[in-house]
Design a protein around this ligand. Structure first.
Ligand code: CO8
Length: 258
């Protein structure tokens, strides 16, 4: 039985992890299916991807503890590699990916959310890196991405204490961008994705690439990354259409991704 589903509404792709009996915990099957689902997304017809969990209780309650419990050191390293490979694919996916967090985002769940471009959540969402309480470190990028996202001090506190935090705290520390009542979460996610999907797709993708690649190098190299991507936009039809519409005072341009 499949544990990841995909549907598409207009330009928006929705990836849902469907393992409610284990609060959508990440076992090998989920990781494999996440990888293959993202790989199968049509980059011509899709402009934004939403990633969520099934139900109203949990986004992802972590990596699967039952599967991990008997691993030896080599197997643990391999499992970490498997997760990291998929998460990095999501982080570097050509389209924006928004984590739509509908409940628990613990351990690997918080790490999965952090591999997305940004995060929105429901009021009942709970975040945390409980790994040290289980005798392990975060293994799907948590020690690296959390510090980059919310700063070293707060990341170290959360990881060392294994404390969980509520949605309003996650909002305060910049881990999520917005908090909504559960019943409005998906509609708000669709609204946000719709706004992104209206913009010139090539330009949006180039922005993601520029931000992601630039953040990891010094400012001189980062500026060159932007410069090249900026230049490449002028080879697109959408740039001509967008600028002409502004000059002609025409509103509501429909970009063609060309
Ligand atoms: N793995 C496997 N099963 C899980 C997990 C999980 N992470 N989380 C929940 N489940 C299962 C439960 O075992 C339970 O199954 P069953 O009904 O068969 O007993 C079912 O989901 C429902 O869970 P609960 O009954 O516990 O539900 P509660 O509402 O009482 O509690 C909690 C919800 C608080 C979320 C609780 O389930 C919990 O604490 N879960 C574990 C959270 C956690 O510690 N997550 C981190 C795991 S470690 C990790 O993610 C490391 C990532 C990097 C790995 C790198 C590998 C090298």
């Amino acid at each position: 039985m499949s544990v990841v589903s995909y549907k598409q509404e207009n330009f928006i792709g929705i990836v849902t992890i469907e393992r409610p009996e284990a609060l959508n915990a990440l076992n090998s099957q989920v990781l494999d299916e996440l990888g293959s689902t993202f790989a199968s997304i049509n980059l011509e017809t899709t402009r934004v991807v939403l990633l969520t969990g099934s139900g109203t209780k949990s986004f992802v309650a972590g990596a699967d503890i039952a599967e991990m419990s008997t691993l030896n050191s080599d197997e643990g390293t391999k499992f970490g590699y498997k997760g990291n490979e998929v998460f990095r694919k999501i982080e570097t996916f050509p389209l924006p990916v928004i984590a739509v967090i509908n409940g628990f985002a613990l351990g690997g769940g918080c790490e999965l959310a952090m591999s997305c471009d940004f995060r929105i959540c429901s009021e009942n969402a709970i975040f945390g890196q409980p790994e040290v309480g289980l005798g392990i470190t975060p293994g799907f990028g948590g020690t690296q991405r959390l510090a980059r996202l919310i700063g070293l001090g707060k990341a170290k506190e959360l990881i060392y204490t294994a404390n969980n935090i509520k949605a309003n705290v996650a909002l305060d520390i910049g881990l999520v961008n917005y908090v909504y009542p559960q019943e409005n979460l998906m509609a708000e996610a669709m609204k946000l994705a719709g706004k992104i999907a209206k913009n010139a797709p090539f330009a949006v993708r180039a922005c993601k690439k520029a931000i992601n690649e630039g953040i990891n190098v010094d400012i001189d190299r980062a500026i060159i990354i932007e410069q090249k991507l900026f230049g490449s936009c002028f080879a697109t039809e959408d740039q001509k259409v967008g600028m002409k519409a502004f000059l002609d005072k025409v509103k509501g341009v429909e970009y063609k991704n060309k």
